[in-house]
Design a protein around this ligand. Structure first.
Ligand SMILES: C[S@@+](CC[C@H](N)C(=O)[O-])C[C@H]1O[C@@H](n2cnc3c(N)ncnc32)[C@H](O)[C@@H]1O
Length: 221
């Protein structure tokens, strides 16, 4: 999979197909998060071209952010956008490699961010990614998760199936995505220690935006 060819057009394709809905899904929990905590060590995986990073870096000026993003084209665009906004700084580090190959510290991050990332994988890789991210999260960490979803029935389900077929077809051809169906990442995250704090649907339940939190672990002797 490689998103570099798409990187220059990514924002334009998004705006033409979904308007502002994806950005609203990405940022839909930020005010709630800011009211609950000021994350200091943040891991953003599959950030893409910087749409979220820019807004996040502005809102959380003291956060140290590690971005794991294997696409050179996406990294270049995200870095250029940060520079233009005067936000490029040492507190934002880019790791240009796939998540499962990245050497990341365990129990280190107080916020994990995965936005339209877990939908890229078939079930086994998605589960391995969730397990790795869970291991990277420290006690009481938060997890910001936004993505597509498949409503359980009705016209919304038919509509979501149509869109998912179009999107998987398009990203299969343009980015070499091998996944063809939406994996159940919400269930995978819920099977970790993380518990849902808040979740809302957007675009007639085609998208969702969710905030999870890991309860503080009780030490026993
Ligand atoms: C569908 S795009 C989503 C980008 C962005 N997060 C958004 O909200 O639009 C998926 C992103 O995940 C990145 N990606 C793909 N495989 C990855 C991996 N194994 N580890 C980390 N990032 C990956 C891609 O390069 C791409 O930027």
């Amino acid at each position: 999979m490689n998103y570099s060819r798409l990187a220059p057009f990514y924002q334009c394709i998004e705006r033409c197909t979904m308007g502002s809905a994806l950005q609203r899904a990405r940022t839909g929990q930020l005010d709630r998060l800011a009211a609950m905590t000021q994350p200091q060590r943040v891991l953003i995986v599959g950030e893409g071209d910087g749409s979220f990073l820019l807004q996040f870096a502005r809102l959380f000026p003291t956060a140290h952010i590690t971005v794991v993003e294997p696409s050179a084209g996406m990294v270049a665009r995200a870095q250029a956008r940060l520079r233009r906004a005067g936000l490029a700084s040492e507190r934002i580090a880019f790791r240009q490699e796939p998540l499962l190959e990245a050497e990341l510290p365990e129990a280190a991050y107080d916020l994990i961010v995965t936005l339209f990332f877990l939908d890229n994988f078939e079930d086994a890789l998605m589960r391995a990614s969730v397990a790795k991210l869970n291991a990277c999260a420290c006690d009481s960490a938060y997890w910001l998760l936004s993505d597509f979803c498949l409503p359980s029935r009705g016209w919304r389900r038919l509509r979501a199936r149509f869109w998912l077929r179009v999107l998987y077809g398009f990203f299969g051809l343009s980015a070499g995505l091998s996944a063809r169906v939406l994996p159940d990442f919400e269930r995978a995250v819920q099977a970790t220690e993380f518990c849902e704090v808040h979740r809302h649907g957007l675009c007639g339940s085609l998208l969702f935006s969710a905030l999870y939190r890991m309860p503080a672990r009780v030490m026993t002797v």
